[in-house]
Design a protein around this ligand. Structure first.
Ligand code: UDP
Ligand code: MG
Length: 325
């Protein structure tokens, strides 16, 4: 394969042994049908099951159109996709989950939308098949993100998306440790669009996102793309200070008119606890930003790659093209 393929499909894989065989079958069939040159880049995010072995076997079966990046540990879905971006050579890049919740048969429709001149094709899950809690929480997060960032998308959580090479090059130039790919890509998009895609139950295995990981991920989204939460604390602080000045004036006058009094102790406690709660939340929020700054300035490698299957082939198979810097 000497010239770059026209489509790269990037799939992060974390403990998906039970679903991978079905994915291979449907994905390659769907891509073969498209009639364009393609490559599939799997990124094994430190799976502890047989996923890595299955990926190796698949690579041996279709070495011409498959690449596998094997991580040294679990670095998270978004960093896995980042690593996929760095190893993808296609003119267009599609991201897809390994669990078949997003049907690979939809890739053709994403590419059709790109043919119309869009450089970013987002997706909206039609009849989303997740737990009620996930749906409600995700709707709330979508609304919050819509308010506090300049990112306009209907369904931020769906990973089946297509990006142009320009966007991917811009993302590859970013060294972000904590990020949220669809939002980051959106900030570089010039003509974004959205289409509806189908959504299915997880084919096998279970969700890799615990409630804790979901909360962490949403902090990445909020802190990575907005300073509004911090600014709201300054505004709130200003409002509280103004109110307390008024309150002090009121108390002073009342002292003169009514004389000394010492009631309302519990009201005072109530107000104090409320404000302490807000202050603690503010410190925690500050910590979220500071912690991310700390991770970023340490400049540790974002992920460690154990091996890449398919990389050497592309260099030796294409002696005409100079090795990419
Ligand atoms: N994933 C990953 N690393 C992780 C967690 C998840 O690479 O630490 C992959 C996982 O294998 C899947 C995709 O990210 O391909 C989405 O995960 P999942 O389906 O569990 O998320 P959900 O659909 O529940 O949001
Ligand atoms: Mg899923």
């Amino acid at each position: 394969m000497s010239s770059p393929p026209s489509v790269s499909v990037i799939i992060p894989v974390y403990n998906e042994e039970s679903g991978l065989p079905a994915l291979f079958q449907r994905l390659y069939a769907a891509l073969d049908q498209l009639g364009v040159s393609y490559e599939v880049v799997f990124v094994n995010d430190g799976s502890v099951d047989r996923s890595a072995a299955l990926l190796r076997a698949q690579y041996q079966q279709r070495p011409d159109v498959t690449r596998v990046v094997l991580f040294n540990g679990n670095f998270g879905q978004h960093l896995a996709i980042m690593a996929g971006f760095e190893h993808a050579r296609g003119a267009r890049i599609v991201t897809l989950d390994a669990d078949l919740q997003n049907p690979p048969e939809e890739i053709g429709r994403l590419l059709a939308a790109m043919d119309q001149g869009h450089d970013y094709v987002g997706t909206i899950r039609r009849m989303r098949r997740d737990t009620a809690f996930r749906r409600v929480a995700s709707r709330a997060m979508n609304r919050l993100r819509e308010r506090i960032t300049r990112i306009r998308m209907t369904d931020q959580g769906c990973m089946l998306r297509a990006y142009s090479r320009d966007i991917i090059d811009a993302i590859n130039a970013c060294r972000e440790v904590n990020t949220f790919i669809p939002a980051l890509a959106y900030t570089f998009a010039q003509r974004p669009t959205e289409i509806e895609v189908g959504h299915e139950d997880r084919a096998a295995g279970e969700s890799k996102y615990s409630l804790y990981k979901l909360i962490r991920l949403n902090f990445d989204l909020v802190t990575g793309f907005s300073l509004v939460p911090l600014q709201m604390f300054s505004l709130f602080g200003i409002v509280i200070s103004l109110l307390s000045v008024l309150f002090v004036v009121f108390l002073a006058i009342r002292r003169l008119v009514v004389g000394p009094e010492a009631e309302g102790l519990f009201t005072l406690f109530g107000i104090a606890f409320f404000l302490i709660g807000i202050a603690l939340f503010g410190i925690g929020l500050l910590g979220e930003y500071v912690g991310r700054i700390y991770q970023q300035v340490r400049q540790r490698p974002r992920y460690l790659i154990q091996a890449v299957l398919g990389a050497e082939d592309s260099n030796t198979a294409a002696p005409a093209t100079p090795p990419a810097g």
